[in-house]
Design a protein around this ligand. Structure first.
Ligand SMILES: [Zn+2]
Length: 147
């Protein structure tokens, strides 16, 4: 079988990177968010838990190291200028890793991880702009910017 994608290949790298959970139910919504932010093309770094794995408070050490290296590789090698970090409600990664207390406690933990991830990226890559979002879903996905 052969398949030729109908979209022409664009040789230049996008300057935005979205880091989010592997949960494919969010993929199209994340692409729409990035387009809304002015980034019609994007690099992606998707792992279960998304930005959670850049937080030492949450990630296992092995994952933490691999994902930090992957992110730095993309930022440096592809000249990424904007990183968009996205966490989402009811994330299976968090459910598996932590005993469930309440939706509020889980949200606090996830926002804390977004902040930790953002802090690490800004410390390592000073010229990179980092924005953070929390995604909630009903019939659609809605993104709330975390300041
Ligand atoms: Zn998830």
């Amino acid at each position: 079988m052969r398949f030729r994608a109908p979209i022409p290949f664009e040789p230049s790298h996008p300057d935005a990177l979205a880091m989010y959970c592997s949960d494919g139910r969010f993929t199209h919504a994340v692409e729409a968010l990035l387009a809304e932010l002015g980034y019609p093309r994007l690099d992606t770094l998707t792992v279960p838990g998304g930005p959670a794995v850049l937080s030492i408070a949450t990630a296992s050490l092995g994952t933490f190291d691999v994902v930090r290296n992957a992110l730095s590789f993309l930022v440096t090698g592809h000249a990424i200028a904007h990183v968009v970090l996205i966490a989402h409600d009811s994330c299976g990664y968090y459910k598996q890793r932590f005993p469930y207390e309440s939706a509020e406690a889980m949200h606090r933990r996830q926002v804390g991880d977004l902040e930790a991830a953002s802090k690490w990226i800004r410390g390592e890559h000073r010229k990179v702009e980092v924005t953070k979002f929390f995604a909630r879903r009903d019939e659609h996905v809605e993104f709330e910017r975390i300041e």
